[in-house]
Design a protein around this ligand. Sequence first.
Ligand code: CTP
Ligand code: CA
Ligand code: CA
Length: 507
Amino acid sequence: MQQPLAPNVWDVQQTSWSNNDMPPRECAREDSSVSNPRRCSQFTFRHLSQMASCIPSSPLRVVAHIDLDCFYAQVEMVRLGIAEDTPFAVQQWQGLIAVNYPARSYGIGRHCTITEAKKLCPKLITQHVATWREADGKWAYREDPQVATDKVCLDPYRSESRKILVLIKELLPHGLQRVEKASIDEVFLDLSAHVHAILLERFPELLSPQPHRDLSELLPLPPISDLDWQADTLVDAGDSDNKTLAILDPDWDDVAFYVASGIVRHLRSSIKEKLGYTCSAGIARNKLLSKLGSSYKKPNQQTVIRNRAVAHFLSGVKFTKIRNLGGKLGEQVSRAFNTDSIPDLLTVPIEQMKVKLGDETAIWLYNTLRGVDMSEVNPRIQIKSMLSAKSFRPTLTTIDQAVRWLRIFAADIFSRLVEEGVLEHRRHPKTINLHYRPLGGQARSRSCPIPQGRALDDGTLFDLAKTLLTHIVQDGNVWPCAGLSLSVGSFEDSVSAIVCEHNLLKT
Ligand code: CTP
Ligand code: CA
Ligand code: CA
């Protein structure tokens, strides 16, 4: 019997792989004709070496996406000590913003109001999000949250999000990790370099080819014919022969995903054990597919989309689930080609797509439909600006009221700068902007530079905001005030950054 990969594929040092009983296999060079293609791997030593530097075009690339299950709901349940099987939801005013899986089984979703949800499940427990309050300038979980006087505070979720990120980074080997925080409850991991190290450790035959050979030489086939995928959801390759072949005769991409799946399983169980949260994950060759994989089976599951399963997997994916195709672009595409089925869109030639969508979008769409995505997992903190805002109903009528909100905005922005680790990375925002919307009048903004060269704190942000407000008030025609927003920006000109996803969260 062949030895399956050890269940603990995590620790490179401790795990050994015995393949002494395996017969040696001969391999042809990449450019010579191979009569039996299954005698050799389809990958070369060059492909293998590309893994070490996480090259996005490497055919052996391994990317994982981890997404927390019903994140805000889990944070509140852990904080309050609520049992996992209790139907539970997080409330914001009269709506729900996170619903746990037991509550979802009653048909409760984010679309429900609190009244509708309680009708569907009378034993539903809810917790209102914490709020900042004009009168006391601090955030707290309150008995009587009011939209007129309060502003939603997401600090508890940001702080848990940061703990999860820190834990993931601690668990991955330092020199080999590449972690991108994609949102408050998601990360992408490029595991290629890490998996590469494990493969070389376990399979000495993968160490560089003999001196007289070159990197274009094909790798020997993996000395293994039975990968035990444990509790993973393994996406079907669609064709039963192909599937049997993959299970009985895997190539190195399958083994790489297998190793990655062990790493991800370990991360997920550590997050559960240390912080109490379940999450779901996708493992595939790029960000596009791994993200689709993590939402394929939820909660508390992980899905592997092997390269041979990509076409079949995508043919069953709802077009609008793909990033960027959920909104206007998706509508434009389905109108242009009269379909939103991926198999139908695969028949559209690239030239026709270019005519309808322009070159750049057409190339992106053409590749996306085929599961091609070369975008890098980018560990840099991608924050370009941060904004804290509030619409006022009833409106504000005095400068004192407005100043009290500025204190809250400054505290809110400052705590996010800290939580996101921006200040640790010596990336200080360089400008501050106050946007002012009088009722029925012309909105206006004022900006000024943030003094550099000394530590930034909420007091400094507040003082600058107050000065900006004074200037706006001096211009006249400001009351009553229907909306205020404070933002900081210009973090680093060189970073092609994406605006932090929380920027537009307003109460
Ligand atoms: N969120 C929100 N408003 C939205 C979308 C998301 O407030 N329109 C918050 C949710 O409360 C959520 C968190 O952001 O807990 C992460 O969102 P998402 O991953 O989309 O949903 P989850 O609630 O985590 O549920 P799932 O298990 O489906 O990932
Ligand atoms: Ca989630
Ligand atoms: Ca998410």
